[in-house]
Design a protein around this ligand. Structure first.
Ligand code: GLA
Length: 391
């Protein structure tokens, strides 16, 4: 579904579900993302190299004169209603927690939105590690504020991140929301998650194509395992703070040499988790400079190394992800592949030579089916712009 189709569908959904109205709808769309490299570094104040992709979620919002929000999602054909003065999460996590969390955190930061009727049309595959939730958050926040003539400015990223961490309860880093807001066409973003500065790194369409294979495997308890990794990294950072002669606020502050000098003081599992993060930050910097120089073979080798580290040290892979990485690893025209997102299922990103995309896609589909006995969904993605308002 193109963004234009999504925009029309969102406007229609608003009319069908909530009736015609004089007030015009404010419509915004926001993309999902892939992350070329920098797995599980964002919540360690580290570096990432994501790109927003041409899969977008659209939100259309019409202001109401009261404090009620009604929101309909076409993804689940479901409607939720809540009052801005008493926003509560549902007992079992569900789609409506995202618009609720966004509304709550807009208000908490003093952005005076009022009630609204909202329609959401998802265009990012869900649960695949492509940040469908960030796309919902950013599109909702952009449409809801525009409907009320409010400009959240730079706080759009914070509001959406706070919705995810404070309301939904995933202790994630800033990468997904940041990329969904700031993505740039034909580029990846080299993002410093501590300073929150980014530089666009060109990803020319004639040099490399992003091929994303969704294993269609979704594991339970991803969020508790994820939060567990976050806690381990914090504890490891505290340990380094006590043994190094400079302050360590996060694993970002530990160099590979410092890690190696002190790794024997860590338990086995802390050592592996910390080694992944510390070495991954180096790989992100190396991949960024290789991409700038057009050294795609080198970028690919770093993607492969990132994947091995996520599998062996961070331990977030599963057999289905391994099946895709194995199949892709044998194919001509594949520079490199790695699992993206939190892990435990979801997607593998392969960086592919453009002239090989069709052959690679076919071979991954066949190879994965043979090994995993189920079909993958292969998405060929273009790097795209972040959040947009639609007239
Ligand atoms: C999830 C989180 C991100 C990031 C990745 C792993 O997608 O939402 O913040 O931590 O996992 O890199």
């Amino acid at each position: 579904m193109t963004a234009t189709v999504g925009v029309e569908r969102a406007r229609e959904t608003l009319r069908e579900r909530f009736g015609a109205a004089d007030a015009p709808a404010a419509v915004a769309s926001a993309p999902g993302r892939v992350n070329l490299i920098g797995g599980h570094t964002d919540y360690n104040d580290g570096f990432v190299l994501p790109a927003a992709i041409d899969r977008r979620t659209v939100a259309a919002a019409r202001p109401r004169g009261d404090r009620t929000v009604r929101v309909h999602t076409t993804d689940f054909d479901a409607t939720a209603t809540f009052d801005l003065d008493g926003i509560e999460p549902t007992d079992e996590a569900t789609w409506s927690d995202y618009p609720k969390g966004v509304a709550q955190h807009l208000l908490a930061r003093g952005h005076a939105v009022g009630g609204a009727d909202l329609a959401l049309v998802g265009g990012v595959p869900m649960g695949a590690g492509l940040s469908s939730s960030a796309a919902v958050e950013v599109a909702t926040a952009a449409a809801l504020t525009a409907a009320h003539g409010v400009d959240p400015g730079d706080e759009l990223v914070d509001v959406c991140w706070e919705a995810e961490t404070g309301f939904v309860g995933l202790s994630c880093g800033i990468m997904d929301q940041y990329t969904s807001v700031h993505g740039e066409p034909d580029s990846a973003l080299f993002l410093d998650c501590r300073s929150r500065d980014h530089e666009a790194v060109p990803l020319p369409a004639d040099e490399a194509t992003l091929v994303v294979t969704d294993t269609n495997v979704r594991r339970e308890l991803v969020s508790s395992t994820y939060n567990d990794r976050v806690a381990t990294c914090r504890a490891a950072a505290e340990h380094f703070d006590s043994v190094l002669d400079h302050p360590v606020d996060a694993l970002r502050d530990v160099s590979v040499a410092e890690f190696e000098a002190h790794e024997s003081t860590l338990s086995d599992s802390f050592r592996k988790r910390a080694r992944h993060v510390v070495t991954e930050n180096d790989r992100v910097r190396a991949a960024t400079s290789a991409l700038r120089d057009g050294r795609l073979e080198r970028v690919g080798a770093l993607l492969d190394a990132s994947h091995a580290s996520l599998r062996d040290d961070y331990e977030v892979s599963v057999p289905e992800l391994e099946a895709v990485v194995d199949v892709a690893g044998d194919l001509a025209g594949v520079y490199g592949s790695r699992l993206i997102g939190a892990g435990f299922g979801g997607c593998v990103l392969s960086l592919v030579r453009p002239d090989a995309v069709e052959a690679v896609t076919d071979a991954i589909e066949t190879g994965y089916r043979e090994r995993a006995h189920t079909d993958p969904d292969v998405h060929v993605c273009d790097p795209a712009a972040g959040v947009r308002h639609h007239e």
